[in-house]
Design a protein around this ligand. Sequence first.
Ligand SMILES: Cc1cc2nc3c(=O)[nH]c(=O)nc-3n(C[C@H](O)[C@H](O)[C@H](O)COP(=O)(O)OP(=O)(O)OC[C@H]3O[C@@H](n4cnc5c(N)ncnc54)[C@H](O)[C@@H]3O)c2cc1C
Length: 356
Amino acid sequence: MRWQQILHEKKGWAGPTWPAEFGGPGWSATQRWIFNEECARAGAPGLIPLGTRMLAPVLFRYGTKAQQDHYLPRMLSGEHYWCQGYSEPGSGSDLSSLRTQAVREGDEYVVNGAKIWQTHGHFADHIFCLVRTRPDGKPQAGISFLLIDMATPGITVDPIVTLAGDHEVNAVFFENVRVPVENRVGPEHEGWTVAKYLLEFERGGGGSSVGLRLQLDSLRRIAGRETEDGRRLLDDPAFAARVHAAEIRVQAFEFSELKTLARLAEGDSPGPESSLAKNTGVDLQQELNTLLLEAVGWYGVPHHNLLRLTDNNAPTVGPEDYEPVNGRYLNSRAASIFGGSREVQKNIIAKAVLGL
Ligand SMILES: Cc1cc2nc3c(=O)[nH]c(=O)nc-3n(C[C@H](O)[C@H](O)[C@H](O)COP(=O)(O)OP(=O)(O)OC[C@H]3O[C@@H](n4cnc5c(N)ncnc54)[C@H](O)[C@@H]3O)c2cc1C
């Protein structure tokens, strides 16, 4: 968030995808690509996507003037930190079955229910939430989209510690939480359209081949340093073949990203092909993390994040760049689940891209 504030205050670059009329730099798709690439190359911290990349376009299109004036500047400056309240314990891929209820009482909704997997929910002071405002009829037709202040009485946030040992996601509970009707985005019961529009920005063209290239660089560095029976791991034909195969796929992925970029530059939207890009990018990320973990070998064990969590501040064992390998490997397992699972993306590809 400090990085976001620096970009905002010094350059007005905190929302690289924002049009100028809402306070963004008004960059073209190509300029945004260059910005992302330069930031990744420089090792700059990533920008938190939940507010500026995901909710912002929804407010540009569906927000009232009052919502735009209130929320957008505070999102850019980092004063507000958003999390996403879509998934529920019984509703993930089948999101339209969600049951968190919002009952209208005068000019307020009273919200009751449970959400799960809220990324950064423990840092957030605001949550955008899908709630059921009409219990009967077609499930998609009774959902509304609400903006909720996390300080409202009746909200609790419980931590979920993941396989990687980090506290990134949470469960959020609502008990008689009163939300002003003016905090609804879009018409009542028609939040499904708003929700789907937001998902286009969650899945779509963030551009990740530059990140994969950086992972490849560190793989080459580590595999060029590690030896077995006096031979560099990178010179082991079987291991080297896997590194080369991954590199070829990263290059192909980069070319298809550039193709998408060219289309965006001509005014097209990412479209259902973004599901293809998501699956390919995630497969490669997981493959490179697997190769990295194999390359560091036993050094991956003492760096397990769970050991770090137990107040262990012992100096690192082995080179410092081995430290994050195990945690990243474990954390990246989730990438084929969040933002729509691998199988769900395949269903979209089958229907919308291949026309099956
Ligand atoms: C690290 C992480 C962060 C997340 N952050 C957020 C967040 O900030 N906000 C939020 O709202 N949610 C968040 N999620 C939730 C995420 O969107 C869901 O986990 C995801 O949509 C899958 O839903 P589910 O976990 O209920 O699994 P399920 O939908 O129960 O799926 C279980 C399995 O069945 C498969 N499956 C389901 N339906 C089909 C089908 N039709 N065809 C074929 N296979 C199918 C799935 O691919 C999966 O393998 C996060 C999840 C993770 C892991």
